[in-house]
Design a binder for this molecule. Structure first.
Ligand code: GAP
Length: 509
């Protein structure tokens, strides 16, 4: 199955089973806007809960807030978004398609990277068990030549962007022979900068004075509340403020399902530290975030760190955690050392001091900030794509299963009376009542048990509890586990503790 086909299958499965629908579909949808359905919203909530628990509950020195989406317009002047939150865009004159110039260059580099991977797998085939990948990458002439090309392209792109030399970016695209994927031509317009913020007007005020923006990141809601939280919570450095919420960006090209949308959700945490210590905290949070992802078991080989080539206007170090999506390794999360840029700038624009007073040294200073910022929708897509599989069970049987990490699954337990009579539904509802307060459960008595198992597999339900005639006598039920399809008999009195130990959020900690 090609990578594109893989994504298409996930999209259609997500729609068929109530995870994600195109927005306002009865009006033929709205480009790059999606609605989360009955199962999608459960999965999304579980991801949020895992993140919030890991950040806020498990750390003494991190608290959470929920700031408003609309903020004073000066916020965005101070943060640099009005002047610098731009993407370089370029149009192809033959297809009339618009692209991000940096993405065209990144895609070109990704192709060279793939060739390096091919060189490496050829080496592995040739040398077998004696193959030393690190040495091969450091010495093989083909790999070195390709890596030099990549470094040169990155260098030229970085120089052009830092010098705001958009003509230089166009020349680079032309020199690399990059063609429009639709028309196949090199007939490009000049590169222009495009501001990504959505603006609207406040109340009845029109004109420039009434313009406000939909926040393009949740982070600024944290920065402007830094002192409120620090004082009211009596927080001492280092401490963090976490937030989950919507952000809006007028993306030039929004595509690849929920990967890049114009309205999306972020889970961000700003960690305020003493100036000079930001380097260690940056490394600390890289490690912590790696562990958070790793615990889910989506496969460590599916993640890689990618250092930013061109640092954002606010950062002194930055990297992405990339995930192996069906369309290749792409950014899932950003970790940024944002210096004291934001707080200082808000001090300047607001005229208010945003400083931390250290009672020990009697010094007052603007803290530095290390942030972790993950897109909730991208995390959702990572989980969904990683868990989708079509399995051949032999003897002409097959199943589609979503092997979602148990604790994140939208439905944790399906309660299935073997037949719709003989008191089994009543017994099944007794079991359901013991579980539903703590876990999202589904009760299903329709169709044969095999079909009901398949339905639950397709939505990723980790446990199916079957109530049969024996249950009426021995007060026990059969629990079937999704991935191994193994079955075990468990006493009904033990079921709440059993289920919690298999699918509860605590299993991730
Ligand atoms: N406060 C820092 C910040 O916003 P970012 O790298 O621009 O950094 C952080 O965004 C994360 O938000 C990204 O890693 C990605 O997961 C998510 N994200 C950004 N733009 C997105 C979009 N258009 N659609 C979906 N998710 C997006």
């Amino acid at each position: 199955m090609s990578q594109e086909d893989g994504l298409k299958k996930v999209i259609s499965h997500a729609k068929e089973y109530g995870f994600v629908f195109p927005s306002s579909e009865i009006y033929d949808g709205l480009s790059a806007a999606y609605d989360y359905g009955q199962l999608g919203s459960e999965l999304k909530n579980n991801i949020k809960n895992y993140w919030w628990t890991a950040m806020v509950r498990m750390n003494d020195n991190i608290v959470g807030i929920d700031a408003s989406i609309f903020m004073h317009p000066k916020t965005w002047k101070a943060s640099g978004h009005v002047d610098a939150f731009n993407d370089p865009l370029i149009d192809n004159k033959d297809s009339n398609k618009r692209y991000r110039a940096d993405v065209l260059i990144e895609d070109h580099i990704a192709k060279i990277d793939k060739k390096i991977d091919k060189d490496v797998s050829k080496g592995l085939n040739r040398f077998g068990d004696d193959f030393n990948e690190v040495e091969f990458r450091a010495t093989n002439v083909n790999v070195l030549r390709r890596q030099t090309t990549i470094d040169e392209i990155n260098g030229k792109f970085k120089d052009a962007m830092n010098a705001e030399d958009l003509a230089g970016v166009k020349t680079l695209i032309e020199d690399l022979g990059i063609v429009c994927p639709v028309s196949g031509s090199k007939n490009w317009t000049d590169v222009r900068q495009f501001n990504l913020m959505f603006s609207t007007e406040l109340g009845a005020v029109s004109g420039d004075s009434g313009v406000i923006y939909l926040r393009p990141e949740t982070a600024q809601g944290i920065f402007v509340n830094f002192l409120n939280v620090q004082k009211s919570g009596r927080m001492k450095l280092p401490f963090g403020i976490a937030q989950i919420g919507k952000a809006f960006r007028n993306e030039i090209i929004a595509r690849q399902f929920i990967f890049r949308m114009r309205e999306f959700e972020q889970m961000e945490m700003q960690f305020f530290v003493k100036p000079g210590t930001q380097g260690e905290w940056y490394e600390f949070w890289k490690e912590e975030r790696k562990k958070w992802h790793s615990t889910l078991g989506l496969g460590d080989e599916n993640y890689k760190f990618h250092d930013h080539i061109k640092l954002a206007h606010y950062a002194d170090a930055a990297c992405d955690i990339e995930f192996n999506f069906p369309m290749g390794f792409k950014e899932l999360e950003g970790i940024h050392s944002r210096t004291d840029f934001d707080l200082k700038s808000h001090e300047e624009f607001s005229g208010k001091k945003l400083r931390f007073f250290d009672p020990e040294t009697k010094e007052s200073f603007v803290p530095y900030v290390v942030e972790t910022s993950i897109g909730l929708d991208r995390m959702f897509l990572a989980v969904l794509c990683n868990s989708y599989r079509e399995e051949d069970l032999g003897e002409g049987n097959s199943r589609t299963v979503l092997s979602i990490p148990f604790a994140l699954a939208p439905v944790k337990v399906a309660i299935l009376p073997l037949v719709k009579k003989d008191g089994l539904p009543e017994k099944a509802r007794e079991v359901l009542s013991k579980l539903r307060l703590n876990h999202n459960c589904q009760y299903d008595e329709k169709d044969g048990i095999g079909r009901r198992y398949r339905r639950q597999d397709a939505i990723g339900t980790p446990l199916c509890i079957t109530i049969d005639h024996d249950s009426l006598n021995d007060d026990a039920v059969t629990v079937r586990e999704r991935d191994g399809m193994t079955q075990e008999r468990v006493a009904i009195s033990d079921i709440p503790a059993y289920v919690e130990s298999r699918v509860g959020m605590a299993t991730l900690f």
